[in-house]
Design a protein around this ligand. Structure first.
Ligand code: PEP
Ligand code: MN
Length: 443
């Protein structure tokens, strides 16, 4: 498989791209990126593809989560550790409570570019370019900060490299040892009912581990975790510069992440994003919103995975709680009847966003859960496998989504609203979601 040149890709046409005022600076940034070592390795991408093939066969469950938009400022040891901690805790809940192997993928180490519904933003009569993620411009509402700067692409590479380095250290270096799982949430088990539930599960797991110790069984899987990175493949300059031919397989891989997905706004069948991701050997995802037809989904599958490689394609549906039960069945049915094998994953976030009267973009925890429930109902009724969840979350105790065990209200949102883009589940809401999904999985 060959890859089109960057110029060819632009000629095909790509939505949601930055406009760089100085082509020479843009080309210099791309050249720098082309010389950088890979962030992930082809063999790791293949391993994830095999795991996702298990998901599409109903043998494993995908947990994919992280920020809506990572920020350069957020690349700190505490922040990355907290995100990993919540993801790993959720994975333990899902694995233990539902006895299903969980494939763990972060929206992490590359999730810096955002599609926007409008190119500009107006405040108090002043109009500037919209914030498109740290990969493109700055959040500050100032002309200089909002200008599109290609040097930021190199900054994304460096930030992603630092994040991945930490993630590898945490997941392979002892922190992710199952015997540590108690300490991951020490600070909140004491003062919440959910924490106590987590704690009692931890005690059961400890008992199982002691039993295994006693009989002399100590598998490596108890000490380290396979953790993969993912982001939306949005910026052609960045993704193209990091797409390389792997010498072992002679196939192109986008070595910026293990898994790349195409967003709802850039999944045009004849567009550059679909073209590029159809050429790489990484496993890829595509978001499907409520306007998708079954024929659209089939055409995307044929284009993105013409050779029907197991694990290559994941459909991430994001219909909204009110639409999933009516909208999804027909698509799943027709795609399945066409003999297409894909992992079906639920993004219960992006169809459930609204603004409160006091001006915060938010989501109701109950809507999020209701969409996941609808997703399970649809797949259960069709005999297909509800393969996973894709969520926006953070490891910190932010107040961005409404509801959950602490019953956050619209008035609470101002306490700790930190996201630069979409609202994320906080740590308690994320764990609660994991317990509820585990229950759905075992029903
Ligand atoms: C996202 O995942 O942050 C996003 C923008 O999603 P979607 O493309 O589904 O709207
Ligand atoms: Mn988002």
């Amino acid at each position: 498989m060959s890859i089109p040149s960057l110029a060819d890709l632009h000629a095909i046409g790509a939505a949601q791209q930055p406009t760089y005022p100085d082509p020479a600076r843009r080309d210099a940034a791309v050249d720098t990126l082309r010389r950088m070592p890979p962030l992930v390795f082809a063999g790791e991408c293949d391993a994830l593809r095999d795991r996702l093939a298990q998901v599409s066969r109903g043998e494993a469950f995908l947990l994919q989560g992280g920020d809506c938009a990572e920020t350069f400022e957020g690349v700190t040891a505490d922040n990355v550790r907290n995100k990993l901690r919540v993801l790993l805790s959720m994975a333990v809940v899902l694995t233990y409570a539902a006895s299903v192997p969980v494939v763990k993928v972060g929206r992490l180490a590359g999730q810096y570019a955002k599609p926007r519904s409008s190119d500009t933003e107006t405040r108090d009569g002043v109009t500037l370019p919209a914030y498109r993620g740290d990969a493109v411009n700055g959040f500050d509402f100032e002309p200089e900060s909002r200008a599109h700067d290609p040097q930021r692409l190199v900054d994304v590479y460096n930030a992603s490299s630092a994040t991945l380095n930490l993630a590898r250290a945490f997941t392979k270096g002892g922190y992710a040892d199952l015997r540590q799982m108690h300490s991951w949430n020490n600070d909140f088990v004491r003062n919440s009912p959910l924490g106590q539930r987590y704690e009692s599960m931890g005690r059961e797991i400890d008992k199982a581990l002691s039993f295994m110790d006693a009989i002399g069984v100590d598998p490596a899987q108890l000490h380290t975790v396979d953790f993969y990175s993912s982001h939306e493949a949005l910026l052609l300059e960045y993704e193209h510069a990091l797409t390389r031919i792997d010498q072992r397989t002679e196939q192109p891989y986008d070595v910026s992440a293990h898994f790349l997905w195409i967003g709802e706004r850039t999944r045009q069948l004849d567009g550059a994003h679909v073209e590029l991701l159809s050429r790489i050997a990484n496993p890829v995802g595509v978001k499907l919103g409520p306007t998708t037809s079954a024929d659209d989904a089939i055409a995307l599958a044929e284009k993105l995975n013409p050779d029907r490689i197991p694990g290559k394609l994941t459909f991430i549906t994001r219909f909204g709680a009110g639409k999933i039960r009516d909208g999804l069945p027909h698509i799943v049915e027709k795609v399945t009847a066409a003999g297409i094998e894909a992992a079906w994953v639920c993004d219960p976030m992006h169809g459930n966003t609204f603004s409160t009267d006091n001006g915060y973009k938010t989501r109701e925890f109950d809507d999020v859960i209701d969409e996941v429930r609808g997703f399970f109902e649809v797949h259960r009724s069709l005999g297909t496998w509800p393969g996973g969840v894709h969520v926006e979350l953070t490891g910190d105790d932010v107040t961005e989504c409404l509801g959950g065990g602490h019953k956050l209200s619209a008035a609470d949102l101002s306490t700790r609203y930190e996201t630069l883009c979409d609202p994320r589940l906080n740590r308690a809401q994320s764990l609660e979601l994991a317990f509820l999904v585990a229950q759905m999985l075992s029903e």
